[in-house]
Design a protein around this ligand. Sequence first.
Ligand code: ATP
Ligand code: MG
Length: 200
Amino acid sequence: MINTVDKTIVNKTIVNKTPLRRLFFALALPNAVQQNIVQWRTDHFPPEAGHLIAAANLHLTLAFLGEVSSAKAQVLQQQAGRISQSGFNVTLDDIGHWPGSGVIWLGCKNPPRGLLQLAQLLRSQAARRGCYQTSLPFHPHVTLLRGAMRPVALPAKTNNQHFRAEHFSLYESVFARGRTRYNIIQSWPLAGSERTSDAI
Ligand code: ATP
Ligand code: MG
């Protein structure tokens, strides 16, 4: 028979062995849009404005999940797979600076309803599974620069990059050798779109 102390140790061991992954749902940006944004950013921001986000890392987060066990991730993936929503067009026609977090971003003056609905659904599914969701309103954006703590002269206009969201994806965020990389774990099509990728 295991006494209380031993049980605690057994449970702790099991918990510690569960690998946690840092996950989030996001919309990918097409390669051409990523490249156009980076070119435009080079033309409009001085190098000292902040830390530049690499082209391949430009994305639009829908729901941040935090550090998640594989069991919880599986449930969230199943729930995401049941979402049935149409694709929508995203136009990045807004720009802003959050000096508190040092983020300069591109966003949408009028975010499409489908984008807000999808994020709302993923965020409430995540919250129901215990993934803490901030009480701040969802503000869809693509982070362009980080570490921008000083006032910056923002360009008056963006270059209005636009794309059609035909799928959404679950990403893993991996920090290694001083940089952050995102790996797609699974993607789901938005209705009216071809299936683009499956679980890996
Ligand atoms: P860094 O390694 O510098 O933190 P990052 O912020 O891009 O890079 P993550 O912190 O793993 O990487 O975040 C992944 C995505 O989730 C990013 O789009 C980030 O803005 C968003 N995110 C991170 N933390 C939160 C949070 N607490 N609430 C909402 N979104 C978040
Ligand atoms: Mg971060």
